[in-house]
Design a protein around this ligand. Structure first.
Ligand SMILES: Cc1cc2nc3c(=O)[nH]c(=O)nc-3n(C[C@H](O)[C@H](O)[C@H](O)COP(=O)(O)O)c2cc1C
Length: 354
């Protein structure tokens, strides 16, 4: 029997299988408002057999956007634009999740779709970024170090966005603590040089994430909560898999339900060697050391590999990004390849089933 096509429960939410869509920025929002593109983009994965569909990094505040074209959930107009998109995902039998994000020192950059790179200057609509310490990401504009009031504001913004996400119909929330964005910047000793309660020891560096978690938990008491970590900076003296496992355990004790294990993104001098399943070992490490459920992601581009990851108990679910872009029906195809008998082929497409 296929493990990949065995349902999984996140609190009271049943996910029909374990082949999920990873969050992917589309850089196509207008003032943080998702558009028709987002609707088609996300709904097609639900038609294509995904279990969980995680909508892209969605900023909790305007200054938390990676680019000016990021989606947001800092106002009600954005919430109301998400609602029909969420409904479309759910009508197609998948579970809708959203990744709540703040880009910190990696905010205010040109969208990759613009063909430009680096920080957007203030005169072109950019903004001054914030971070744990006033250390720039390589080649980007220097951020301002957050003070106590600024930190409280970030926590409140995550909570308000979580509330709006639930109002929009999202059943599952993911906190983005990976890829060198704000919460990861606090976690890593390479970007956090603070000497107050939010820096120094592991507990200090994890304090902001845990506060955000508590605030999101309070704002959305019943929603299953995922946390995405980069389990290593792939750089000397940086954040690593053991620290990730410890903080994942703390997060689980505070009400996080599931951990989405990625890697990298904090520093430009990272050394990564991408290969099929290259982050699976990190997911397995966190699962084993912290005793928490995890998903693995990163070049898991075929059904057999995804099934193997689960069969070897390296992870509880598999996320994929680019393979869903190449084939939005990756889920249906994977089920056919593994001989899994699923009852969610779209009726309209059944003639294509083999
Ligand atoms: C177009 C694109 C946009 C992405 N945007 C996000 C994002 O919003 N949040 C995030 O955590 N990761 C983002 N990622 C990373 C993916 O979620 C995923 O971890 C990565 O692509 C590796 O998985 P893959 O090999 O299956 O594509 C993005 C990747 C792509 C290709």
């Amino acid at each position: 029997m296929s493990r990949l096509f065995t349902p999984l429960s996140l609190r009271d939410v049943r996910v029909r299988n374990r082949l999920w869509v990873a969050p992917m920025c589309q850089y196509s929002a207008v003032d943080g408002v998702p558009q028709e593109w987002h609707h088609t983009h996300l709904a097609q994965f639900a038609s294509g057999g995904a279990g969980l569909v995680v909508a892209e990094a969605t900023a909790v505040s305007p200054e938390g956007r990676i680019s000016p074209e990021d989606t947001g959930l800092w106002n009600d107009e954005q919430r109301d634009a998400w609602a029909p998109i969420v409904a479309a995902i759910r009508r197609r039998g998948a579970v809708a999740a959203v990744q709540l994000a703040h880009a910190g020192r990696k905010a205010s950059t040109w969208s990759p779709l613009s063909g430009r790179r680096g920080s957007v200057p203030l005169e072109d609509g950019g903004w001054t970024t914030v971070a744990p310490s006033a250390i720039a990401f390589d080649g980007y504009a220097a951020p301002r170090a957050l003070d106590a009031a600024g930190i409280d504001r970030v926590v409140a913004d995550f909570a308000a966005a979580a509330r709006r996400a639930v109002e929009a119909g999202f059943e599952v929330l993911e906190i983005h603590a990976a890829h060198g964005y704000l919460l990861h910047q606090f976690l890593s000793p390479l970007s956090n040089l603070r000497d107050d309660d939010y820096g120094g020891s592991l507990a200090g560096r994890a304090r902001l994430l845990l506060r955000v978690l508590d605030a999101v938990r309070d704002a959305a008491p019943d929603a299953p909560l995922l946390v995405r970590f980069s389990a290593t900076d792939w750089a000397e003296s940086g954040w690593d898999a053991d620290q990730t496992a410890t903080v994942a355990r703390w997060a689980a004790e505070r009400g996080a339900d599931f951990f989405d294990i990625s890697s990298g993104g904090l520093v430009a001098h990272q050394r990564i060697a991408p290969a099929p399943g290259y982050q699976v070992g990190l997911a397995a490490h966190v699962r084993r050391e912290a005793g928490v459920p995890v998903s693995a992601v990163g070049l898991i581009d075929d059904a057999a590999l995804a099934e193997k990851v689960l069969a070897e108990d390296a992870a509880d679910a598999v996320m994929a990004g680019r393979e869903w872009l190449r084939d939005p029906h990756y889920g249906l195809r994977a089920a056919a390849e593994l001989g899994a008998d699923i009852d969610y082929w779209p009726r309209q497409y059944v003639r294509a089933r083999r």
